[in-house]
Design a protein around this ligand. Structure first.
Ligand code: ARG
Ligand code: ZN
Length: 883
């Protein structure tokens, strides 16, 4: 994709002479163009005179020529929307600077200089939430990836590391708490104003800078590190939220301990602060010593947060904390290396959560996320390698591919090396590159050297996009089972020809009679096709493959339903059991949707599925958390992903019909399971969480078969709930039904939690993601609700992400859902481009949808593309989606 193409006009008109001039496409940045920066910035001093409307910033940079770079007579200081009020070089006003786009270009003649620049910024009008902005009367920052340039002129690139000293002053009453990276070294006051000075001894790139000023209170605790240093810990929130911070603090302490034990990583400052803010584009940010979090990933108590919220908090607190080593001590050379820190840190947070709770259930959840979010990305117009080659707007590359597939790629190295050797590899990586801005290549080399792996061919996982398809067949003759494997890496935009990659597959061959296997094995498929033989099988064994999801691939195999039923009941790898159950249901649904099933086949398949699910309900060896996983139906997106071109209406109908059939056959078992789980008192352990999970799953199946009965049961679960998991689960089921209980409980929920933004977000999301046939009308009405606003990303997501992820509503056959999302993108783009651009992929999947809807989706994308003054974010996503 070299130059952005102008959208095709309906008549195929290529003469654009009379058309309005198209705005110039933002430049394409290329990984191959990387050059080291011409200057070093050993020290940075910042002085903030804080105000919500207006903040004055004076930046003093010590710069010196970088001997390792080409000589640069002019220093480029990035800026975005800034005007220099004064520019001094070595104390003397400079007049020879120029502006290039937003950047300040300053000629420098000597070997080293001091540059001082003053700017004034307006936090309260910063609706992009990048740079310094106001949220609920406080001031906070988000600098990754390129937000620092909205605060002051600076070489805003991750390979420029500097030591920061920051002074900030402001009205004491408005900003009683003044926070920055590192340690507080001095404070003072005068009149109504006060100030604080902070110093961060660790050199860092500008994207890790953070500042917070506001009326905050903190939960305070401490952690003693492995070498005996005491670290002060604070979780800062708004007054009134303090009693919902205990779980965050406990999660932080567990993270610190875990990183010492599992990766040998110790914290390196005397202070670690977390601040929760309610206006935030992403989940959280790992700024050195001062993590800034979306409130969603801090605040929890049983009354207002679900079990999933608790898990999310633990995972994200871990993620940001782990970045202190994988991200901060070793950062990225350039943004193409983003997966260096994100893929690795996601793997670290996944392993942490596995260790804190049920490892198999966590693994299943992570694979489900990968399949729901990353597989569609990898098979669509926005597919990119985990280390991209080009971008126009880096914010568009904070993707499931860079994060989640990135984690899978490193997990494969761990699988091939084994835990111990992998640890030797990461030790070497941390050792070798501490204090540096590194590349993915540096990481792979360190693992190669430290773990003793040959990763030559494996590097293709960094450069090739697309989810490999692995074909599997098992033959049997005499005493020998022969496994034939093949792989195809599909073409993706800009990458038509792919090479075979090493694919590590864990497998086991089960003896049918005993239900046992002779040991799990690891085979690595590194060719387009290969054959593996296994002796000692008098009878054809049952194959269990890609156990624990050892490789992020799609397995394609013709497997008899009875083998899936066998594995679903007997496999000793819980993931493989889940997988067999999913395959059983997905296989049937794909066949049913494709119209290749006769009535008898359909009935037989449904009966097998119901029997297998019934066995799961009855299996006394299962805990409820795992039982819940085995009972889950595959999502509509996952089913659609199995088909070249999907009809969302048919997928929805077949899936609901299967749910109803199962719900009818198993009604009494489901009701009994619900009753059994309902007797357990509220606890946060696995038994308690599991009980809550299976209760709501029981309701969803029943709702398919017997709406009245399900509605009554859900209403009673709602009414007697003493926790948000039960209450939300019940309300989710009710929201999809047309019963009287529905309205009453929706009203009750709103009244009960009015004023609690995170819970009201749930109220919006439940309705926008519901199976109710009028969901689309509900979304329209909710967009006019007084509590709805485009200014708060959590609220926007709670309504519109939920809606865009609700296939039965979003894919309304008349295109109304597409129109609504396109309207949202156009309305949100001028306010918050980063969040607006995140809605484009839902429309961008048009090529994989049946032709009628595809045309409607495409025309909405074209409408967006034709809008004047699109942000770089939305421009890039829309043009890639139309290409
Ligand atoms: N590094 C952060 C994390 O992974 C994400 C920050 C992304 N922010 C952004 N504006 N793109 O936790
Ligand atoms: Zn991260």
């Amino acid at each position: 994709m070299d130059i952005a193409r102008t959208p095709e006009t309906p008549g195929g008109n290529v003469e654009m002479a009379d058309a309005a001039p198209q705005p110039k496409a933002p430049p394409m940045i290329r990984r191959d163009d990387y050059r080291p920066f011409g200057w070093l910035v050993p020290e940075t001093k910042l002085d903030f005179e804080l105000g919500l409307e207006s903040t004055h910033v004076t930046a003093t940079l010590t710069v010196a020529r970088n001997a390792k770079a080409d000589p640069a007579p002019v220093i480029r200081l990035n800026g975005d929307g800034l005007e220099p009020e004064s520019v001094l070089v070595d104390g003397v006003p400079a007049t020879n600077w120029t502006m290039d786009e937003g950047d300040l270009m300053l000629p420098l003649t000597g070997e080293a200089h001091e540059i001082r620049i003053a700017t004034t910024i307006q936090p309260s009008t910063n609706s992009q939430l990048m740079g310094l902005y106001a949220s609920n009367g406080m001031l906070c920052t988000q600098c990754e990836a390129e937000g620092f340039r909205r605060i002051t002129f600076f070489p805003d690139r991750p390979d420029v590391l500097s030591t920061y000293t920051v002074r900030m002053s402001g009205p004491k009453a408005q900003f009683p708490v003044l926070l920055c990276n590192g340690n507080r070294i001095a404070v003072g006051e005068g009149g109504d104003s006060h100030w604080a000075e902070w110093h961060d001894p660790w050199p860092k790139p500008s994207y890790l800078f953070a500042l917070v000023a506001g009326d905050l209170v903190a939960r305070n605790d401490s952690f003693t590190t492995m070498s005996g240093r005491k670290v002060e810990l604070n979780v800062y929130v708004r007054e009134g939220d303090l009693d919902r911070t205990e779980h965050a603090m406990e999660s932080l302490k567990r993270s610190m301990k875990w990183d010492e034990e599992v990766f040998g990583r110790e914290y390196d400052l005397d202070l670690f602060n977390i601040v929760a803010v309610s206006d935030f584009n992403m989940g959280a940010m790992e700024n050195k010593g001062l993590n800034v979090f979306n409130t969603k990933f801090v605040l929890a108590d049983p009354e207002t947060a679900t079990d999933a919220d608790y898990d999310g908090i633990e995972g994200v607190i871990g993620h940001e904390y782990f970045h202190n080593w994988s991200g901060n001590r070793i950062t990225c050379r350039d943004w193409f290396q983003l997966s260096l820190k994100e893929g690795f840190t996601v793997l670290r947070d996944q392993l942490f959560s596995q260790d804190m709770g049920s490892a198999p259930v966590k693994r299943i959840e992570d694979v489900r996320i990968l399949r729901m979010a990353q597989f569609p990305e990898d098979s669509g117009p926005l597919a990119h390698p985990i280390r991209p080659d080009s971008y126009r707007e880096i914010n568009n590359f904070y993707t499931a591919t860079v994060y989640n597939k990135g984690a899978e790629v490193i997990r494969m190295m761990r699988t091939m090396a084994g835990e111990e050797r992998f640890r030797a590899g990461t030790d070497l990586y941390f050792d070798r590159h501490d204090g540096e801005a590194a590349t993915c290549e540096d990481f792979v080399e360190a693992i190669e050297d430290g773990a003793g792996l040959d990763l030559k061919q494996f590097r293709l996982w960094y450069s090739q996009a697309g989810t490999p398809k692995v074909s599997v067949s098992l033959e049997h003759e005499g005493n020998t089972a022969t496994l034939r494997l093949g792989q195809v890496v599909p073409s993706t935009p800009g990458q038509l020809d792919k090479q075979p990659m090493p694919i590590p597959l864990k497998l086991a061959l089960f003896d049918r009679a005993s239900g046992k296997h002779g040991g799990e094995q690891l085979v690595v498929l590194d060719k387009a096709a290969d054959t593996f033989t296994f002796d000692g099988f008098a009878e054809k064994p049952v194959l269990s493959i890609n156990r624990t999801f050892s490789a992020p691939v799609t397995i394609e195999r013709d497997v008899p339903r009875e083998d899936l039923v066998f594995l679903a009941a007997k496999d000793d790898d819980p993931f493989a059991r889940y997988e067999a159950m999913q395959e059983l249901m997905t296989g049937h649904l794909v066949a049913a949707v494709s119209g290749s099933l006769g009535d008898n086949d359909r009935a037989a398949a449904r009966a097998d599925i119901a029997r297998a699910l019934g066995a799961v309900i009855a299996d006394a060896t299962l805990d409820d958390l795992m039982r819940g996983e085995l009972l889950l139906m595959p999502g509509q997106t996952h089913i659609a992903e199995q088909m070249l071109v999907a009809d969302p209406g048919r997928i929805h109908a077949e899936r609901e019909a299967l749910k109803a059939a199962v719900g009818a056959v198993l009604a009494e078992d489901l009701v009994a399971m619900h009753a059994r789980a309902s007797t357990l008192p509220f606890t946060m352990d696995a038994a308690g969480k599991g009980a809550r999970k299976v209760k709501t799953i029981a309701l969803t199946y029943l709702a398919g078969a017997d709406p009245e009965r399900a509605s009554a049961l859900a209403a009673s679960q709602y009414d007697s709930a003493d926790n948000m998991t039960d209450r939300q689960g019940a309300l989710m089921v009710l929201a999809g039904l047309g019963t009287a209980e529905r309205t009453a409980r929706l009203i009750d929920f709103y009244n009960r939690y009015q004023g609690n933004a995170l819970v009201i977000d749930k109220w919006f999301a439940l309705q926008a993601s519901s199976l109710h046939p009028q969901a689309i009308e509900h979304v329209k009405a909710l967009a006019d609700h007084p509590d709805f606003t485009l200014r708060n990303p959590n609220r926007v997501r709670s309504l519109y992400m939920a809606f865009a992820g609700n296939p039965s509503a979003f894919h309304a056959a008349d295109g109304e859902g597409y129109r609504m999302v396109a309207d949202l993108i156009l309305a949100l783009d001028p306010i918050n481009p980063q969040t607006a651009a995140r809605f484009v992929p839902s429309l961008g999947r048009w090529r994989r949808i049946e032709p009628g809807r595809a045309a409607l989706m495409r025309s909405e994308l074209e409408r967006v593309a034709a809008a004047p003054h699109l942000s770089r974010d939305t421009f890039e996503q829309v043009t890639r989606s139309l290409d």
